[in-house]
Design a protein around this ligand. Structure first.
Ligand code: CTP
Ligand code: MG
Length: 212
């Protein structure tokens, strides 16, 4: 049963505002993506990266797509042997081995179609209309903030990603596409430190956490 790690690393990092692609900016002394690559390589049989055009140096690097899930699809297409796929954003360098192992275990041993890292919401969450008027307050006790890693049965993930480009473009994570084809997905509680490097402040936070 081949477990393949998939790292979408083909984004431009516009909100970070760096010179080059975000996955390759320096973070605590090495390219951001390498923190994630180390952890996935320790746990998976193989890891495939989706990278920006021109960065396909070496094996297991494929050119990404215009949107995140298209990059995931391109990388998964390069791993036909996968029976479990673990998708993890290059932008989350604080991934832990334990979290990946627990996500894989929920799919391989417990039979879930998907198992996704998540933290319970700590802020109150409200819905507002387009004028800013609050419509309602949601019940925080059942809400989770979703991260990666996200582990899936590879077949159902392939099926979930086999949708028109506009559907892929609207997906903010891969689990939502798996849910849309009827997949059973569970949350796996992960550390809140598993932040996504989006803006310059996030990069500084990540460096502090990695140094500690
Ligand atoms: N990603 C990707 N292919 C894309 C867009 C994003 O592989 N076409 C990857 C990014 O490299 C990142 C992850 O998906 O690892 C999460 O995306 P995000 O944090 O939005 O990164 P960017 O798209 O690079 O940043 P921005 O949206 O600010 O441009
Ligand atoms: Mg983006």
């Amino acid at each position: 049963m081949a477990v393949v790690g998939i790292i979408p690393a083909a984004g431009r990092g516009e909100r970070l505002g760096s010179d080059g692609p975000k996955a390759f900016v320096a973070c605590a002394g090495r390219p951001l993506v390498e923190w994630s690559l180390d952890v996935l390589e320790a746990v998976c049989d193989r890891v495939v990266l989706a990278v920006p055009e021109g960065w396909e140096t070496g094996r297991d690097r494929v050119e990404g797509g215009h949107v995140r899930s298209a990059s995931v699809r391109a990388a998964l297409a390069a791993a036909p042997e996968a029976s479990i796929a673990v998708v993890h954003d290059a932008a989350r360098p604080l991934i832990t081995r334990d979290l990946v192992v627990r996500c894989i275990g929920a799919v391989r041993d417990d039979g879930w179609d998907g198992a996704i890292a998540a933290s319970p919401m700590t802020n109150t969450v409200k819905e507002a209309d387009d004028t800013g008027r609050v419509v309602r307050t949601l019940d925080r006790s059942v809400l989770w903030s979703i991260q990666t890693p996200q582990a899936f049965g590879a077949d159902i993930l392939r099926r979930a990603l086999d949708v028109p480009d506009h559907v892929l473009a609207a997906a903010t994570d891969d689990a939502s596409l798996v849910e849309a084809v009827g997949g059973r997905v569970r949350v796996v509680e992960g550390p809140p430190e598993n932040i996504k490097v989006t803006r310059p402040t996030d990069l500084r936070f990540a460096e502090l956490l990695l140094a500690g």
